[in-house]
Each structure stands twice: as structure tokens, then as C-alpha cells.
Write a protein that binds this ligand. Structure first.
Ligand code: FE
Length: 183
């Protein structure tokens, strides 16, 4: 019996070691790194809240191809492929096109739809709404309140307290952790 104890101890220790390697942290770091490159976009600001009126041709010059596709062409990333759909960091989400503050992480909830989901916007001016009747559906489009770029849609099947589900595209969201803001 006692000769099995060291083997058993090894198995338990190996299991604990594997569980300590947190894949969510790696994903969080990746999400942060991907959206740091805003240097060629002169319209990006996390402090300037004035509305922007920029042509699509100009946006195409300053945005990455994937941000331009979602933001200006109203594209949609495939479900469960975005960097933020199951992301759980504590902080603020900004428009990846213009830097406008959109959502706080405390309004994000685990949705099974495959896109990052929030039950409320950060403020009344963070986003704006348009009716969207494309693809034979009646939906409400959510756009950025500063640059009017497409973010996603809003539905009435969200959790309390609002019952709303802001179904957003990861590509057009930048995340800043609270720990970074304090520096
Ligand atoms: Fe924006």
C-alpha cells in the first residue's frame, strides 16, 4: 500500500500544476496586445468625446482591415471566434475605431451566443441606435456614439436589471484593464 503513496502524490501534484496554468490569462494578454497599435489613426482618443464626421475613404486609410470591415461595412465576426466573447477582465471597453468609452466590464455577462454581451452601455451617449431591416430581420443596430461605427445589435433577451443584450463584435472593442488605468 505505502509504495503507491509517492506515485499518488506525483499524480496529484502534476494535476495541480496543470490547473495553475491559466489559459484565460494568456487570452487576456493577447486581447490587450492586439489593439494597442492605434498609432496611424489620428481620430483615436480616449479623452476627446467630440463627435467625428470622417469619410469612409479616410477611415479605410487609418483603420486595420478587420476593424474597417466591421465598423464601416457593418460586418459581423463569426460567433465564438472573437477575442472577447468569453473574456472576463475588469476594466473598460472602448470603440476600436475612435477610442470612445462604451461599456464597463461589470455590465458584461456570460452569453452563450458567441459574441461579447453587455446589459447596458457605459452612458446614454456612449452608443446610438438605428433600425436595421437587412437580411429579412427586424433588428436594432448599435453604433458608436462618437464615430457612428457599427458595433453590433441589441436584443431584449438580456439579464436583469435591464433585460437588454448588447451583442457586440470583439473586433471593434478595445479593452483597458483597471490596473492599467491606475498607472
Ligand atoms: Fe467609435
Amino acid at each position: 500500500m505505502f509504495k503507491f503513496v509517492p506515485t499518488l502524490l506525483f499524480i496529484v501534484m502534476a494535476g495541480l500544476s496543470a490547473s495553475c496554468q491559466n489559459p484565460t490569462n494568456n487570452k487576456n494578454n493577447q486581447a490587450l496586445m492586439e489593439n494597442q497599435n492605434q498609432t496611424k489613426n489620428p481620430y483615436y482618443s480616449r479623452t476627446d468625446t467630440s463627435k467625428l464626421n470622417v469619410s469612409d475613404a479616410e477611415w479605410e486609410k487609418v483603420l486595420s482591415e478587420e476593424v474597417y470591415y466591421i465598423s464601416r461595412n457593418k460586418g459581423t465576426e463569426r460567433a465564438f471566434t472573437g477575442k472577447l466573447w468569453d473574456f472576463e477582465g475588469t476594466g473598460t471597453y472602448y470603440c476600436a475605431a475612435c477610442g470612445n468609452a462604451l461599456f464597463k466590464s461589470d455590465s458584461k455577462f456570460g452569453s452563450s451566443c458567441g459574441w461579447p454581451s453587455f446589459y447596458q452601455a457605459m452612458s446614454a451617449n456612449s452608443v446610438a441606435y438605428h433600425s436595421d431591416n437587412t437580411f429579412g430581420m427586424v433588428r436594432i443596430e448599435v453604433v458608436c456614439g462618437r464615430c457612428a461605427g457599427h458595433l453590433g445589435h441589441i436584443f431584449d433577451d438580456g439579464p436583469p436589471p435591464t433585460g437588454k443584450r448588447f451583442c457586440m463584435n470583439s473586433v471593434v472593442l478595445d479593452f483597458e484593464p483597471d490596473s492599467e488605468k491606475a498607472k
